[in-house]
Design a protein around this ligand. Structure first.
Ligand code: ZN
Length: 207
């Protein structure tokens, strides 16, 4: 198919500096009345509190499926015109069992990804049809495929197939039926000058 869409990728950031505290607030997503699936319409968290356990100069980190970047990287993303998120300040608190001084950790910003989530063909489950309510796939658990929801390696990569007609020009976005986030080449061009370790990045494919 011919189109002028940017090259996109699935991204699993596996860089870790600590878990979210219970004081973080998860946003309730609306549900489809027909199939009961949670629709990714709201940002994932409205408050992010990080229990910092270790820090080694990383400019990004992930916890509970959300992506946080340093203030420095956030400013570069803004300067680069990266669209698709709302910035939320991350509150850092010390983890009970670490001697780490949290004042030595820079400020982090949670990239709260905005809707719309882009429709894709699921690779981590079987699907049995399309829901008449939400127009998304009716999914069935498949143990073997379920490991593909957040990939740990780029070995034998499957390119996620993504419907171009649901794309609204964001550089960072969610997929309706996939656990990893989506980013454009433009997003990767900004982060390449920063310390962004432990990423599983696989090209996705427009259909
Ligand atoms: Zn539905």
């Amino acid at each position: 198919m011919k189109h002028n869409k940017p090259q996109i990728y699935t991204l699993n950031c596996r860089s870790w500096i600590g878990n979210l505290s219970k004081k973080s607030i998860k946003v309730q997503q609306p549900k489809c009345e027909k199939c009961n699936r949670a629709l990714k319409e709201e940002i994932k968290y409205s408050k992010v509190v990080l229990e910092a356990e270790k820090y080694n100069g990383e400019d990004w980190a992930s916890a509970s499926g959300l992506l946080m970047v340093t203030q420095k990287l956030y400013e570069a993303l803004m300067l680069g015109g990266i669209k698709g998120f709302a910035p939320l300040k991350v509150k850092k608190v010390p983890f009970k069992y670490t001697a780490l001084d949290i004042k030595t950790i820079p400020d982090f910003v949670y990239l709260a990804i905005l809707s719309p989530a882009i429709r894709n063909i699921p690779i981590a489950c079987d699907y049995t049809g399309i829901c008449e309510g939400c127009n998304l796939t009716l999914n069935k658990y498949n143990e073997e495929k379920s490991q593909l929801i957040m990939r740990k390696t780029t070995e034998n990569p499957i390119n996620l197939q993504v419907y171009a007609d649901t794309y609204e020009n964001a550089d960072i976005f969610n997929f309706t039926d996939h656990g990893e986030i989506g980013v454009t080449q433009k997003f990767l061009d900004v982060i390449k000058d920063f310390n962004c370790p432990d990423a599983v990045i696989i090209p996705a494919e427009w259909i």
